[in-house]
Design a protein around this ligand. Structure first.
Ligand SMILES: NC(=O)c1ccc[n+]([C@@H]2O[C@H](COP(=O)([O-])OP(=O)(O)OC[C@H]3O[C@@H](n4cnc5c(N)ncnc54)[C@H](O)[C@@H]3O)[C@@H](O)[C@H]2O)c1
Length: 254
């Protein structure tokens, strides 16, 4: 019950889906959770639930794309032991269907957002003796997925940034890893299906479920358990790695 006792954790996009599950589990394990989310209302809902369960959490309404906003919040928080770069958005389409505005929107949230949080948090971690960083990549970082040009680009960048930070800050006792989930049943997936496949929601849900050889999507809570392990001292020997959590998607899909 106390794998993260007295740790201070920042979870970007902690108001929904995977970020929500991570925020709730980390708080249950004793962390003081700071949620940075564009949607302060959903983030406040998560905070209210965490407080009701006896945990400690705070919401900071924030656009992770805005460097000054992220820097001001991190500076006010002070000591940070754990950073989970989870905020992310999707785009469906090949390169011809990816307009400049689409590319920039995905880049600004998924890539620059993570950069902004790392840029602000790493000096704090150095000052306080180290920390653990976890970045949400995706199977799309390493597998060619149809019609995910901008999204795949952004997740490949996350994968690489994670390794770069692991290398540069090893001597500062900062560990950096990433998680690459296949499909996880979150509002992100529901929103994507209803936007792109109106009228075919049930069929698409089943199709996306079956694209994992295990026959279903992951649950956000399953991703949170891996995140907890990687951010806890149990993973003290683990840095510079990516962990697929994919129901067999990468290696068993033939
Ligand atoms: N769901 C999946 O199948 C899946 C698979 C692989 C990787 N991922 C990755 O996991 C992460 C979380 O996905 P999810 O499915 O839980 O998504 P979600 O849409 O349920 O939640 C994302 C959260 O990020 C917040 N957010 C979006 N833009 C933001 C911004 N500019 N600043 C701050 N907060 C912002 C949203 O308000 C929301 O609360 C994403 O990085 C996603 O790419 C998801």
């Amino acid at each position: 019950m106390s794998k993260l006792k007295d740790k201070v954790a920042i979870i970007t996009g902690g108001g929904s889906g995977i970020g929500r599950a991570i925020s709730e589990l980390f708080a249950k394990e004793g962390a003081k959770v700071h949620i940075l989310d564009l949607n302060a209302e959903v983030g406040q809902g998560v905070v209210t639930d965490i407080l009701a369960a006896g945990g400690s959490a705070e919401i900071h309404g924030c656009n992770v794309s805005d460097q000054a906003e992220v820097a001001a919040i991190v500076s006010a928080i002070g000591r940070v032991d754990i950073l989970v770069n989870n905020a992310g958005i999707a785009h469906v389409g090949n390169i011809e269907k990816c307009a400049e505005a689409d590319f920039e929107r995905v880049f600004n949230v998924n890539v620059k957002g993570a950069y902004n949080a790392l840029h602000a948090v790493i000096p704090q971690m150095k000052q306080y003796g180290g920390g653990a960083i976890l970045n949400l990549a995706s199977i799309a970082a390493v597998v060619g997925i149809a019609d995910r040009f901008a999204y795949s680009m952004s997740k490949g960048a996350i994968y690489a940034m994670s390794m770069s930070v692991a290398r540069d800050y090893m001597a500062d006792n900062i560990r950096s890893n990433s998680i690459s989930p296949a499909r996880v049943h979150t509002p992100f997936v529901d929103g994507f299906i209803s936007k792109n496949y109106p009228g075919q929601e049930a069929e698409m849900f089943e199709k996306l479920s079956q694209s994992q050889p295990i026959g279903r999507m992951a649950k956000p809570e399953e991703i949170a358990k891996l995140a907890l392990f990687l951010c806890s001292d149990d993973a003290a020997f683990i840095t510079g790695n990516d962990y697929p959590i994919d129901g067999g998607f990468i290696k068993l899909n033939n």
